[in-house]
Design a protein around this ligand. Structure first.
Ligand code: A3P
Length: 303
C-alpha cells in the first residue's frame, strides 16, 4: 500500500498517483460480455477467487493453471504503479492493458482489479454489457491485518502494526476508504451480472460456493469436478502452489531492497476472524465502532 505522498484522492477514493493518467482510458475500456472481472479490496481473498474463477472458466485446466496467475488473470492496474517498471518480475505486464487486449483474441478473459466501482469502465457502470462482476469481501479487521503482513513481506512497510491499523481506519492509503469501496459495490448486488462473494462463506462451505459461482458463470460442474476443485483450492494447496502464492514476487521485491527472507508469505493464515489472535482489545473496539458507524444506515453485515 503506497505512502500518502504517492497518493491522490479522487471521487472520495485514495488512489496511487500513477493511476491518474489512466482513469479516462479505464473509463473507456472496451468491455466484453464474455469476460469476468474479479474485484475486491486488497487481501479479501482475491487470489483465491481468481484461481477459482479461472479454473471454472477454463474447464479445470490444471496443466494450464501452472502458469503464473498474473498472466492468466491479469491485474488491471498493476503497471500503473510508478515503480513497477523497475522492479516487477513479470516483464510483459508492464503494459497490462495492452496485455489484456492481446488476451482478448484467445477467448473469454478473467481479470482482477482493486479499483473502486466509480472508476470501472462506463459500459460496466451503466450496465451496457453483460460482463460478470464478482466482488469478494472479507471482514475488514482480517483484511487490514492481512494487508499489513503482506506489505511487510514485500518490504514496503516499517510502521508498527497499530499505526498501520489507525491509518487504515482513517482511510489514508491506496484503495481506502474501505467503506466506500465495499458499499459502492454492495449497491450493485441486485444486478444480474454482479455477485458478491464472501471470504468467510468460502471458508465455511467451499463446495457450496464453488457450485454457486459455477452456476453464476453458467458453467455447471459435476460432483467430481467440484471435488477436484476443493482439493486444488485448499489453503495448503494454494500455499505451496508457486503459480499463485506470489513467492517469486516477494523474493524479488525483498532482494531489491536488500532484505532477508520474509517471515510470512501471501498465503499466511487463511482463517476467518484471525484478528482475534492478532489485534489488541482496544484496536478491536476501535474497529467495531468504525464498523458500526459506517454500516449503520445500510443492510451490509460484516461476517
Ligand atoms: P491471510 O493473510 O489472513 O492469511 P488476497 O489474495 O486478496 O491478497 O488475499 C490474501 C488472503 O487470502 C490471505 O489471508 C491468504 O492467506 C488468504 N487465502 C488465499 N488462499 C486461501 C485459501 N485457499 N484458503 C483460505 N484463505 C486463503
Amino acid at each position: 500500500m503506497a505512502e500518502s505522498s504517492e497518493c491522490v484522492t479522487k471521487k472520495g477514493h485514495v488512489l496511487h498517483k500513477g493511476y491518474i493518467d489512466h482513469l479516462d482510458e479505464l473509463y473507456n475500456f472496451p468491455v466484453r460480455d464474455q469476460d469476468v472481472w474479479i474485484c475486491g479490496f486488497p487481501k479479501s481473498g482475491t487470489t483465491w477467487t481468481q484461481e477459482l474463477i479461472w479454473m471454472i472458466m477454463n474447464n479445470l485446466d490444471f496443466e494450464g493453471g501452472k502458469e503464473d496467475i498474473h498472466y492468466r488473470v491479469p491485474f488491471l492496474e498493476l503497471s500503473w504503479y510508478k515503480d513497477n517498471a523497475e522492479s516487477f518480475y513479470l516483464e510483459p505486464l508492464r503494459d497490462n492493458i495492452g496485455y489484456i487486449k492481446k488476451k482478448y483474441q484467445s477467448g473469454p478473459v478473467c481479470l482482477k482489479t482493486h479499483m473502486p466501482w466509480v472508476f470501472l469502465p462506463k459500459d460496466i457502470q451503466e450496465g451496457l454489457k453483460k460482463t460478470k462482476i464478482i466482488y469478494v469481501v472479507r471482514n475488514p479487521k482480517d483484511a487490514a491485518l492481512s494487508l499489513y503482513h503482506f506489505m511487510k513481506a514485500l518490504g514496503e512497510c516499517n510502521e508498527p502494526v497499530d499505526d498501520f491499523l489507525e491509518n487504515f481506519i482513517a482511510g489514508n492509503a491506496v484503495y481506502l476508504p474501505y467503506w466506500s469501496h465495499v458499499l459502492e459495490f454492495w449497491e450493485q448486488r441486485h444486478k444480474p451480472n454482479v455477485m458478491i462473494l464472501r471470504y468467510e462463506e468460502m471458508l465455511k462451505d467451499l463446495p457450496g460456493m464453488i457450485r454457486k459461482v459455477a452456476s453464476f458463470l453458467e458453467k455447471p460442474l459435476t460432483d467430481d469436478q467440484v471435488d477436484q476443485l476443493v482439493k486444488h483450492l485448499s489453503f495448503d494447496s494454494m500455499k505451496t502452489n508457486s503459480a499463485v502464492n506470489n513467492e517469486k514476487l516477494i523474493k524479488e521485491r525483498r532482494q531489491i531492497k536488500g532484505l532477508g527472507e520474509a517471515q510470512t508469505g501471501h498465503m499466511r493464515r487463511g482463517q476467518a476472524k484471525s484478528h482475534k489472535a492478532e489485534m489488541s482489545p482496544e484496536m478491536i473496539e476501535k474497529f467495531d465502532e468504525w464498523i458500526n458507524v459506517n454500516t449503520k444506515n445500510t443492510d451490509f453485515v460484516v461476517e
